[in-house]
Design a protein around this ligand. Structure first.
Ligand SMILES: Nc1ncnc2c1ncn2[C@@H]1O[C@H](COP(=O)(O)OP(=O)(O)OP(=O)(O)O)[C@@H](O)[C@H]1O
Length: 711
């Protein structure tokens, strides 16, 4: 058994390697683009294959030495309750499916008795001799028709029950999994703020996942740490994907098929016990003498499986993250010619996990081997004692056959219970991971506690957005102040250029103004009402501020869908206007499908400048109060720069309604002259403000220090 498991593990490892090899070596980046779309599918295939032998999703360096998240009693109770509440929504298919399972179990139980009866009937000689009072006797042959009829009934009924059981329980399982996935995805997308995504707290939901990669006391940790240096954060999409697929599957299995299997196995044991006791109580005593020993072994096994499963799941998370990140950065991997290294590192990650999987497989193998030997020994004793009983005429050979079959069913039921208990444990570990991710980590930091949110009816009444002494740090580096007492007024129709060296905090400021992060100090208010921007709901915030980031993200859908992403209710006229202002029409008219052109994953079928222009159109379409263009010129060619000028004009003059305030984050001095005000940021502080002509004339200004071209 252990050997089989090891072979299966090897096969899985080979499969994973081939998939990884295929992705990295068989495709050039250009041709790979459409295939990368299915990156999450690759992830799924890679992690799902691993579950063939229960090895879990994948790799994780030094997993065996790491401490898995513990599932204490109160948490276990809570997880069970939540899972049961989920299962109760499928009560009908679950109840009928479980009843069908019991019927099929009953049919199985009836079979040995009927078979024994059939055997006795068939093997009896010219059986009954009936003599009348006159002395006339007649002989009748043993009739096996009744046993045959009952057998046919049981076989057909049992078959139908099996069909019902499989269909209904699987349906319930799929429904539960679907609901869990939907809730989880919704929790991740709507309930988490940006700090959660960038902090790396994500998937293991507060549990120390970093430990998985390195234990300094472990002499073998060196290799693992080398891998962990390049391992992605556990909050990567790959890790989330691993929980969304494998853990959700295991959790939903636990309350459907696994639970029903436990019931079936228990009923099997109960019925087999009843029949065996009624056939021969003495033989029953011999037959069950092995149960305490097997039970003790099962308890030990279950403890081991529980710990190993938690480690395996962390391991799967890491491997999935690693694969996902390398695949999404395939161009970088290929340009640096690091395909072989990455495959090697992936295999190292896998190796740790596979070793863990082998241990579980071996433990299960030893247990099953032990079960087999113990059952064989018990059967030997049963036949020894049973043979004597038949010889003494205390039992028929048919009854002994029935008894032996029942004792086989008892063994099967017992091992079924232990197996299902193991799966239930794995399911609870997975459910804990699902719920932990769903609940997230309560953020107790000041300023981050959830507040009651208000909604504005229209952004039109807002004239400006005012920052007053705003300070901000990322939760992953709480001691580093990224923005320090920033005060700024972003007014409709006015253009502010924000400049500063790399890392001075320009992008962070844009994100804080847009409401993606909540500042720890100061206020952002709407003028003239004075409402606190951070007390508004996301819909209101998005209607007030739009950002065109340095690297705009596009979805793998049509140009039209991408542009209307910020305002799904926009009319065709609005769309055309926004595209015109953002200077998109030229390149769109050259595409075969025009607005219906599919842009590819992350807009890979478009140039950087085209992507930026579409993002600009998208931002303008929602008619914000303030637009933030981060490094607008970096991805634009000369023609594209005129689009920025158009955007400046549109914002000032209000092409799409009211004028829009514009915050231009730029490194280019050529762009500065369009601004009403230039703001210089240094180490998170505003060190200078003034008009371009004022600041550029003063050769000792912070602006001239920053832009040597001006000196
Ligand atoms: N997610 C994050 N977690 C922790 N620190 C971060 C994060 N993002 C940025 N930082 C840090 O915040 C500081 C400001 O970064 P930011 O990206 O805002 O600068 P920037 O002025 O936009 O730089 P650039 O001009 O290079 O784009 C940097 O020191 C950076 O290391």
């Amino acid at each position: 058994m252990a050997a089989v498991a090891t072979t299966a593990t090897r096969t899985t490892e080979t499969k994973r390697k081939s998939i990884f090899d295929l992705v990295f070596f068989s495709r050039n980046p250009k041709r790979a683009k459409p295939s990368i779309i299915a990156e999450s599918s690759v992830n799924k295939i890679m992690s799902n294959n691993s579950s063939i032998n229960g090895v879990g999703g994948g790799g994780g360096a030094n997993v065996k030495k790491s401490k898995p998240p513990s599932l204490d009693k109160s948490r276990k109770k809570e997880v069970k309750q939540r899972l049961n509440a989920e299962a109760s929504k499928e009560i009908r298919p679950l109840a009928v499916g479980t009843m069908a399972m019991m019927v099929s179990a009953l049919s199985n139980q009836a079979l040995p008795k009927l078979l024994g009866k059939l055997l006795d009937e068939k093997s009896s000689p010219l059986d009954k001799m009936t003599c009348g009072v006159e002395g006339a006797c007649s002989v009748t042959r043993g009739d096996s028709v009744s046993a045959s009829k009952a057998l046919a009934f049981v076989v057909i009924g049992g078959g139908f029950a099996s069909f019902l059981r499989t269909t209904l329980l699987n349906r319930a399982q799929d429904n539960i999994a679907q609901r869990l996935r939907a809730k989880l995805f919704s929790a991740i997308l709507t309930d988490r703020d940006m700090q959660w995504f960038v902090s790396g707290e994500g998937v293991s939901a507060g549990k120390d996942c970093s430990n998985i990669n390195g234990n300094k006391e472990d002499p073998t940790a060196g290799k693992a740490e080398a891998v962990s240096e390049t391992s992605p954060s556990p909050s990567s999409p790959g890790a989330v994907g691993s929980i969304l697929t494998e853990d959700v599957n295991r959790a939903s299995e636990a309350v459907t098929t696994v639970f029903a299997n436990i019931l079936r196995s228990c009923s099997s044991c109960a019925f087999a016990t009843y029949h065996m006791l009624s056939l021969n109580p003495q033989l029953f005593g011999i037959s069950v003498s092995i149960i305490p020993v097997v039970g003790a072994a099962a308890v030990v096994l279950n403890k081991f499986v529980k710990k190993a499963t938690a480690r395996q799941r962390l391991c799967a998370e890491q491997a999935a993250s690693f694969a996902e990140e390398r695949i999404s950065h395939i161009e970088t991997v290929k340009l640096a010619n690091r395909e072989k290294d990455e495959v090697e590192k992936y295999l190292q990650l896998q190796e740790e996990c596979v070793q863990l999987g082998r241990k579980v497989s071996s433990a299960k193998g030893v247990f099953m081997g032990f079960m087999f030997a113990a059952s064989g020994g018990a059967l030997y004793m049963v036949f020894n004692a049973g043979g004597k009983a038949v010889a003494d005429g205390r039992m028929t050979s048919g009854e002994l056959t029935s008894f032996a079959t029942y004792s086989f069913l008892l063994g099967l039921g017992t091992s079924g219970i232990f197996k299902a208990l193991g799966e239930l444990t794995q399911g609870l570990v997975s459910a804990d991971r699902v719920y932990s991710l769903m609940d997230g980590v309560p953020d107790s930091k000041p300023g981050n506690a959830p507040k009651e949110q208000s909604r504005i009816s229209s952004s039109e009444s807002v004239e400006s957005i005012s920052l007053d002494n705003v300070s901000f740090s990322y939760t992953s580096s709480p001691d580093k102040t990224v923005l320090n007492n920033i005060s700024l007024n972003l007014q409709r129709g006015k253009v502010i250029a924000l400049v500063g060296e790399n890392g001075s905090g320009k992008t962070s400021l844009a994100s804080v103004i847009a409401g993606l992060y909540r500042p720890q100090g100061g206020t952002i208010s709407l003028q003239p009402s004075g409402m606190d921007f951070n007390e508004l709901d996301r819909q209101s915030q998005a209607s007030l501020i739009q950002v065109v980031p340095q690297h705009p993200a596009l979805f793998d859908t049509t140009i039209k869908s991408n542009v209307t992403y910020s305002n799904p209710n926009a009319t065709d006229d609005d769309i055309q206007k926004a595209l015109l202002v953002a200077n998109c029409n030229d390149f769109i008219s050259k595409l075969d499908d025009g607005l219906d052109f599919r842009v590819g994953r992350n807009g890979m079928r478009l140039s950087g400048g085209q992507r930026q222009r579409l993002a600009l159109a998208r931002a303008l379409l929602s008619s914000p109060c303030v637009l933030i263009l981060d490094e607008p010129s970096s991805a634009l060619d000369a023609e594209g720069e005129s689009a920025v000028k158009d955007a400046v004009r549109a914002c000032r003059e209000g092409d799409s309604g009211q004028p829009i305030g514009l915050l231009l984050i730029t490194h280019k001095h050529q762009t500065l002259h369009v601004a009403d005000l230039v703001v210089v940021l240094k180490e998170g502080k505003i060190v200078e403000t003034g008009t371009y002509s004022e600041l550029s004339k003063d050769k000792g200004s912070a602006l001239c220090e920053l832009m040597s071209e001006l000196v």
